[in-house]
Write a protein that binds this ligand. Structure first.
Ligand SMILES: CC(C)(COP(=O)(O)OP(=O)(O)OC[C@H]1O[C@@H](n2cnc3c(N)ncnc32)[C@H](O)[C@@H]1OP(=O)(O)O)[C@@H](O)C(=O)NCCC(=O)NCCS
Length: 151
């Protein structure tokens, strides 16, 4: 597997991967209504438009994108998704390491994330602790605010 920065031609693939992962992986933890809402967001064009607001990487295996990750410029890992057929093979960890190293270089002393229920234990193992559990009134979505201090 190799990790590289996202390229303009990758956006359709990462938008598709995000949707597949939400449908097949996050759907175990969230209601159908929430899943449908997430699926209605984030087209390839939306990813392209936000290119200047974040730094984004893709994981590649056999020339296929199998995961992606991004951080914003406020010391926050904002997204990480791995394709359902490549879970628990270290892809998410490799992507997170790259994003963390990049944030450290930018001078971040701690890293924040808003985790899904699905990813909470993954982040815990990677040194993050829950600072707040939030359930949004509008649709009942639960997320966990998590934090890792960099040494
Ligand atoms: C969270 C996610 C990115 C993890 O990716 P991954 O490539 O499977 O993670 P890794 O293989 O690097 O896992 C490293 C360790 O984290 C832990 N871990 C990973 N996924 C886990 C899960 N679902 N439940 C419990 N522990 C988990 C395990 O200890 C794992 O090591 P092990 O497989 O040797 O036991 C992936 O599950 C995913 O895409 N989830 C859906 C999208 C999502 O919710 N993203 C987060 C948005 S904030």
């Amino acid at each position: 597997m190799k990790i590289r920065l996202v390229r303009d031609g990758d956006y359709a693939a990462i938008a598709r991967l995000r949707k597949q992962t939400i449908r097949n992986v996050n759907s175990k933890d969230y209601s159908e209504k929430i899943i449908q809402n997430w699926l209605s967001m984030r087209s390839a064009q939306d990813f392209r438009k936000s290119a200047d607001e974040c730094k984004r990487w893709v994981a590649i295996e056999n020339e296929k994108i199998i995961g992606f990750c991004e951080h914003n410029f406020e010391c926050e890992v904002s997204r990480i998704y791995v394709h359902k057929n490549y879970l628990r093979k270290g892809v998410g960890s490799r992507l997170l390491e790259v994003a963390e190293a990049s944030l450290e270089k930018l001078g971040c002393k701690e890293i924040r994330i808003e985790s899904t229920i699905t990813a909470k234990d993954f982040y815990k193992i990677r040194g993050y602790r829950v600072t707040k559990k939030t359930t949004f009134k509008e649709d009942g979505t639960t997320i966990f605010k998590m934090l890792k201090k960099l040494s």
